[in-house]
Write a protein that binds this ligand. Structure first.
Ligand code: BES
Ligand code: MN
Ligand code: ZN
Length: 523
């Protein structure tokens, strides 16, 4: 299932003269002292970028928007018919919150606002953004935010409906961003980058949103391999025979309960001229459906476990973006895939599994399957050789309990965790460092094996940290690593908001791309 793609370009025409279906402008809510005589309009402030449109409305634009209910609050979109005052028939005013003390709004404010506006304008085919963009050193970041937000807000999963939907408004097909100089090279580069990155995020969302009967491990592996080959990446797919032969005990154990056998997909990006010398490995959890296995999950909400491959989807998609952006650093993606099912051939609590790095793991709960397949993939990545290893997974419900639905948990080498936090902050995919305490590791001592898969007494204390502590056992000594638990932010079950629709979010594709570029630039 492929969602429709939206195109993006720059324009430097006066927004009042643009021949589009709708123009998006920004409005701030005004705080503090208000002019008692100004009434409703006094609570609204027009953001920069909309000057010529305001002029065409003879100074009545904010007043009219306020009468239509605009408050300037984040996420709010108020549409206004222009009836000949400007070329575009509709103006959409998107709330940017209070005017910031500095010159321009934060990039994440712009990214979310652009997403909200484009979502609200579904049904229009050509939309222009006339949002406040600074003309200083912050300009590229602001333009990137508007471009990404607008594209991501246009996402809609194609879905499976067999009848045409007459009342459904199609996503915006074409976005124009109004800038002072559309020919400027850095601006054009940002548009190209946003197009590549948003395309990757769309692909990861499509994979997550695909029904789990259509995306069992062999089909998922094939979809990723096809996309990667088309992008020019190196592709290697290990099937169940190769995995068994190779000693990938964790992937085999989890996969053996399903008729659809497991896979390990390896994607390779080789920079021209050898790159910076550093090697990055990306590893993502690809459980195409997580029933829990023999330690079966409750029925309520189980359908959302179709998103348990969001980590692998993010890694595969980030590799596609890397192939397009061509950073000067070697990057290899590892996507272990399995379906966690209960059956007569399933692995069971009490099993001792011999993992790819030779360690023996005592299984206590077959629902802690993610760490089993990831451990093998991490060990393989370290064997192949890497300097930095970023792994991401919908690993624990504990992540959602600790940090909520928006903020990922990060565990691993402290300096690298800090780098992930900073990258997440830069791209509006927040992530927060968490510790790997000795007592949590002690609690995972097994009576019979090298380590037990979860706390030996099934104590859920430090639930998310148990995942990190377990995975650490499979990382080579000299590798800096970070485990990014996205159980919450990988999938959005609520109503659409900002540039998120319902379903797969694409988190942390943009963080991974940012990290790869960061390593290419700074080592
Ligand atoms: N895929 C789940 C984690 C998850 C939960 C992701 C909610 C997204 C939303 C994972 O495989 C799992 O089942 N974890 C168990 C671990 C436990 C058995 C040690 C959990 O979180 O309860
Ligand atoms: Mn599970
Ligand atoms: Zn899982």
């Amino acid at each position: 299932m492929t969602s429709p793609r939206t195109t993006l370009s720059l324009v430097d025409t006066d927004p009042a003269e643009l021949a589009v279906d709708a123009i998006v402008i920004g409005v701030h809510s005004q705080t503090g002292e208000q002019d008692a005589t100004s009434g409703l309009a006094g609570s609204l402030l027009l953001a920069s970028g909309a000057e010529s449109i305001a002029a065409a409305f003879d100074g009545k634009l904010t007043e009219t928007l306020a009468l239509l209910g605009a408050t300037g609050g984040p996420g709010e979109v108020i549409k206004l018919a222009t009836l000949g005052t400007i070329t575009a028939p509709v103006v959409a005013a998107v709330g940017l919150g209070p005017e910031p003390s500095g010159a321009a709004p934060e990039p994440e404010t712009l990214r979310r606002a652009a997403g909200s506006a484009v979502r609200a304008l579904a049904g229009a085919s050509r939309v222009a953004m006339a949002l406040p963009l600074p003309d200083d050193a912050d300009a590229p970041a602001a333009l990137r935010a508007v471009a990404e937000g607008a594209l991501l807000g246009a996402y809609r999963f194609a879905g499976y409906k067999t009848r045409p939907q007459p009342n459904r408004r199609e996503p915006v097909a074409e976005v124009l961003v109004a800038v002072p100089d559309a020919g400027e090279r850095t601006a054009q580069a940002e548009i190209a980058r946003a197009t590549a990155v948003a395309g990757a995020v769309f692909t990861s969302r499509d994979w997550v949103n695909t029904a789990p009967n259509e995306l069992r491990p062999p089909a998922f592996a094939e979809a990723v391999a096809n996309a990667a080959r088309a992008a020019g990446l190196g592709v290697e797919v290990l099937d169940e025979a190769a995995l068994r032969e190779g000693g990938y005990g964790g992937i085999i154990a989890v996969g053996q309960g399903s008729e659809a056998p497991p896979r390990l997909v390896k994607l390779t990006y080789t920079p021209e001229g050898g790159g910076s010398g550093k090697r990055v490995a990306l590893v993502g959890k690809g459980i195409t459906f997580d029933t829990g296995g023999i330690s079966i999950k409750p029925a309520q909400g189980m359908w959302e476990m179709k998103s348990d491959m969001a980590g692998a989807a993010a890694v595969g998609a980030a590799m596609l973006a890397v192939a397009a952006l061509k950073p000067s650093v070697a990057v290899t993606g590892y996507l272990p895939m399995a379906e966690n099912m209960p059956s007569g051939t399933s692995y069971r609590p009490g099993d001792v599994i011999s993992m790819y790095n030779g360690k023996k793991v005592e299984v206590l709960n077959t629902d802690a399957e993610g760490r089993m397949i990831l451990a093998d993939a991490i060990a393989r990545a370290c064997e192949d050789g890497c300097d930095y290893l970023f792994e991401t997974s919908t690993l624990t419900g504990g992540q959602v309990i600790s940090l909520g639905k928006r903020v990922a948990g990060v565990m691993g080498t402290p300096e690298l965790c800090e780098r992930v936090r900073a990258a997440g902050d830069a791209v509006d995919e927040p992530a927060w460092p968490m510790p790997l305490p000795d007592d949590v590791r002690k609690g995972m001592d097994s009576d019979v094996a090298d380590i037990s898969q979860v706390n030996a007494g099934m104590d859920r204390a430090g639930h998310m940290l148990q995942g990190g502590v377990f995975l650490r056992e499979f990382v080579a000594e000299d590798v800096a690593w970070a485990h990014i638990d996205i159980a919450g932010p990988g999938y959005h079950s609520g109503e659409p908001t900002g540039y998120w629709s319902k379903g797969g979010t694409g988190v942390p594709v943009r963080t991974l791309v940012h990290l790869v570029e960061d390593v290419a630039a700074n080592g």
